[in-house]
Design a protein around this ligand. Structure first.
Ligand code: TRP
Length: 443
């Protein structure tokens, strides 16, 4: 059985809160128990330096986040759990990727663009306060993913662009240096779960540090009770019927309750349960789930050497995987011992054992297609269509129009193709000549 490699990074700034637990930590730990999955969980502490130049905070947050994952039940005998800065292969790969990535690609990264936009709005120089770290953030993130050949990266919507950039960079490297047989770098897929729970915070907006409405995950039992007491409710009195669906207190409860418990609580609220009594139940429910983990958490925090050892062991186990990939890549790019034989020629494009092909798929209610080379390299991706028939039509037009270089137009750093009616058909993921060659092979 081949396992899928699923990789998740957690930036070590901040203190974990209930929203992180419900939305990310608990589901990730559950998913890591799937025997089909080889899990990679790491503390992205190099990424922390991009946002945070307070050393004590980075250090403290790394400790807290590591302890959180361990206390919440991550089984380090089954998954790889490590700290980014313990893996020197990551920054090394970052450099090699950076030398293949187009600056124009990175100009489009949201995080960097947002900083420039904010500066312009304030009338400042657009680069004010923008570090090279922020600019090349997606390259470091790509290295995190590509060094271990991850197949899937579960992320929030805001991170999808970074995974696509990682794909782009991998493709570029494979194209520049790879033979046809075994690609140097594996192309990762972003996995976005839109049903992923977001927990409301004290004021009903999404629980988030930036709204200052969080309930920290590791409060003492008393502090937790107090925090739940400060969740905002409406002013209905005990005895008055309450609508559970509009009460964020009920949503918070729901994230910790099973179906029967949810129905019971909903019924009680409709029957006039007072907010104070409801909060007492919410507190008991959450406290019961967190209490055993909380004990482990405080025990770990009191023994940082245990956490440190777990991380060092994790790094030692995972590094050989990265080292092997990096050493192939170093060789491929020409960083070789001087005694190495002039290389066997890279497997040429002549090995056309398989023809290029179109692959149809559906995603998020849309229908789409990919155009891939015989080697599996992704060449172009469709624009997304409302029905399978429209996607089929788009493939047809793509085959005709895509063969003519004049039909490809540049849109920012991307090349795209439109139908005769000017509807978007597809975006190129490699230089368009490569697509035109592949289409020619299909004639
Ligand atoms: N940038 C991610 C975030 O802010 C964290 C991260 C760093 C990450 N490297 C990664 C996530 C690699 C997934 C894969 O959420």
């Amino acid at each position: 059985m081949t396992q899928r490699r699923v990789l998740t990074g957690i930036t070590t700034t901040g203190t974990p809160h209930l929203g992180n637990y419900v939305g990310a930590i608990r589901p990730a730990i559950a998913a890591s128990q799937d025997p089909q999955v080889e899990g990679f969980f790491f503390l992205a502490d190099y990424h922390a330096l991009i946002k945070c130049q307070a050393p004590e905070r980075v250090h403290q947050s790394t400790l807290e986040i590591a302890a959180t994952w361990l206390a919440a039940g991550l089984d380090v005998s089954k998954v790889h759990f490590y700290r980014q800065s313990d893996i020197p292969e990551i920054p090394e790969l970052t450099w090699i990727l950076g030398c293949a990535a187009a600056k124009g690609l990175l100009n489009r990264a949201h995080a960097y663009k947002a900083a420039g936009d904010a500066n312009r709005e304030r009338g400042e120089d657009e680069d004010a306060g923008v570090t090279m770290g922020l600019f090349s953030y997606p390259v470091l993130m790509a290295a995190d993913i590509l060094i271990f050949g991850a197949n899937e990266v579960p992320v929030g919507r805001d991170q999808v662009q970074h995974i696509e950039m990682a794909r782009d960079m991998a493709q570029r490297v494979n194209h520049l240096y790879g033979g046809n047989a075994d690609p140097l770098l594996v192309l990762p897929e972003a996995v976005v779960d839109d049903s992923m729970a977001t927990l409301p915070g004290l004021d009903g907006r999404k629980m988030s540090k930036s709204y200052d409405n969080t309930i920290p995950l590791w409060l003492t039992s008393r502090q937790l009770k107090k925090a739940i007491g400060s969740i905002v409710t409406n002013s209905l009195e005990p005895g008055e019927p309450k609508d559970p669906d509009s009460a964020h207190l009920f949503q918070i409860y729901s994230a910790f309750a099973n179906k029967a418990q949810r129905e019971e609580m909903a019924g009680e609220l409709r029957g006039g349960l007072g907010w104070g009594a409801a909060k007492a139940k919410v507190y008991q429910q959450i406290d019961a789930e967190l209490a055993p983990a909380r004990e482990r958490y405080f025990d770990l925090i009191a023994h940082p050497q245990r956490i440190e050892q777990a991380l060092l062991d994790g790094a030692e186990r995972v590094r050989p995987i990265g080292r092997e990939r990096l050493s192939r890549l170093r060789h491929a790019v020409g960083l070789r011992p001087l005694t190495a034989k002039a290389s066997e020629k890279k497997a040429t494009k002549a090995s056309k054992s398989k023809p290029p092909r179109f692959v149809s798929y559906s995603e998020g209610g849309q229908f789409n297609f990919k155009f891939t080379a015989g080697s599996g390299e992704l060449l172009a991706i469709g624009a997304g269509f409302a029905s399978p028939a429209e996607a089929g039509q788009a493939i047809k037009q793509f085959r005709q129009r895509g063969a003519d270089p004049a039909n490809w137009v540049q849109d920012h750093a991307e090349w795209s193709l439109h139908s005769a009616e000017q509807q978007p058909l597809a975006t190129a993921l490699v230089p368009t000549e490569q697509i035109i060659d592949a289409l020619a092979e299909l004639q």
